[in-house]
Design a protein around this ligand. Sequence first.
Ligand code: IVH
Length: 676
Amino acid sequence: MKKKEIELKYKKLIVLFKKYNKHYFEKSSPLVSDKKYDELKKNILSLEKKNIFLNSKDSPSKTVGFKPAKNFKKALHRAPMLSLSNAFSETDLLNFEKKILNFLNKKNNFELSYSAEPKIDGISASLSYKNGKLEKGLSRGDGKEGEDITANLLTISDIPHTISSNDFPEEIDIRGEIFIKNTDFELLKDKFANPRNAASGSLRQKNPEDTKKIPLKFIAYTFGFEKGLNVDNQFEFLKKLDQWGFKTNPLNQLIIGIKNLIKNYEEIEKKRANLDFDIDGIVYKINDFVLQKRLGYVANAPRWAIAHKFSSNKAISEILDIDIQIGRTGALTPVAKIKPINIGGVLVSNATLHNEDEIKRKDIRIGDTVTVERAGDVIPHILSVHIEKRPKKSIKFLFPDKCPSCGSETLKEFNSVTKKNDAVRRCSSEGYFCNKMSIEKLKHFVSKEAFNIDGFGKKIVESFWKLNLVKFPQDIFNLDYDKIEKLEGWGRLSVENLKYSINDKKKISLEKFIYALGIRHIGLENAKLIAKYFGSFLKFKELSKTKKYKDLLNIDGIGETQVNSITNFFSNNTNLEVINKLGNLLTISNLISNKKNKSLQNKTFLVTGKLNGISRAEIKSLIEEHSGIIVSGVSKKLNYLIVGEKPTKRKIESAEQLKTNIINQEEFLKMLDKTS
Ligand code: IVH
């Protein structure tokens, strides 16, 4: 790479880093996981290491945290609040110790003592005491300058306002972590992504009365500026903190040697799920203050301390229960309810167990201690069981042979293609006989790709189901609005809105209607093929009489699996009743292709960004209904780029270069108006 390219790459990473910091520190809502954030930091640091000309003032090697928010008064820290370097492995720790021994000019067998302190994942604060009185409390801010949050800190009961011990220094800045217990977070979890954000958000309330409402905790662990502190080492300092009335971490330990640090790390990692506060690693500090002083600092971190981080996408927890969830097609999915644990910034309390075979294979049981992994946006899953931790009375998990919802037999179907039994066990009942299956079918019916009824989400389906307002899809179009208006949380206006959204969807295309029925193996694409084949709702409905199911095999893309599923569906009387009743209530438009509007013929479209009130699926079908074509990227072949909210800049730039027509949603809809 040329120098210019490297500089450009570096600049881009710094801009991203600043953006992530802003969200994390100023808005208390991280944009990316801790893992992604750490990776970015690592990339920047390694670029700097290889190219000494890279030197931004916003580099993670120079900054700690982020400039304080504008709405609090700012104040300088008397001694900077530093950051810590990270270690992820035993090798990192061995290197850390080796560097220290080199620096101190000590032999390799010199024994170093460490204060090992679980690193609470909260918000650090610095409390300035003068003559035993708390005078000022600052947030970390950028490490040099913090926000004056004294009034809010004073509401925290763990923070002493006055200290009268004789040996309390004349002046000292006590530093520690503000956090919120996981059990207290339970009540706030609708508002914040994790306990750390909840603590940060509460601390930064404008009105201290609002902070007071949140049970914030404070644990002390270090000091900044001091006058008159008479202590030789960190562990003794921690003891003093206790005596002066501060809370300290009960898991702090004095440890000699890297091997023992690792042992302690492993023990604490196992305890982690049972703690009532989040920790993301262990901080090791050279215990002796004289050595600390000699070692000093590099950039913005001390040479005498390091944070040994837990791996951020895995954590150990305990299975409290195994729930069996029933899907729309009757599939029984086991889900482990685990002791909530923070994995990479997200509080995880469920982990999928996939299916019965997976439970058998790993012999997963209730009460087991397990390693849970969360990768990207996928549902967390159980990686392994810690057999040695299994309680003596533990028993094998028996997968239910009856559906937990309706009591019907559960079966593993024989797959004629693979000639094996499916891994998935299913409820054998006729769909609407099983309550759980019915609820899931209704959720599917109103979902985005199906009827897409505005304001009729999963929660409403569940609550209306419980109140006997909907049991079958046709009930949605015959709702008792007077009853709904009297329900808690509903009023005239919201009912009017709901009525409007439902009536709006009484006109539907045949393909969406078929998809909404939720026939197993019939997704959007297959529904489209079937709709095209029949051409009208009446012809589709007749299938129950003609029973020419096998004819469907003539459709390119439809195979035996789908045909069997359709045959089953049509041989169920409840399903036929649903189809008939919906047929009477709705206008199901005959298939588009027969009288397809040709107005957008041969024109290609691409959407970037979020559209207002129209789903991607709907835009796609609108374009297709008008014979237009959706393409997947900007190229010479693209005729129109439809731009919504927060579009991808790169797409717009490329479209501009290629002189492609760039239009907004309104302009696109006008194109349809003119032509249909
Ligand atoms: S000592 C000079 N001790 O970790 C050393 N920090 O990335 C810096 N933290 O800002 C502080 N537990 O928010 C120290 N026992 C502990 C800690 C701890 C948590 C946090 C603190 C600090 C960050 C460093």
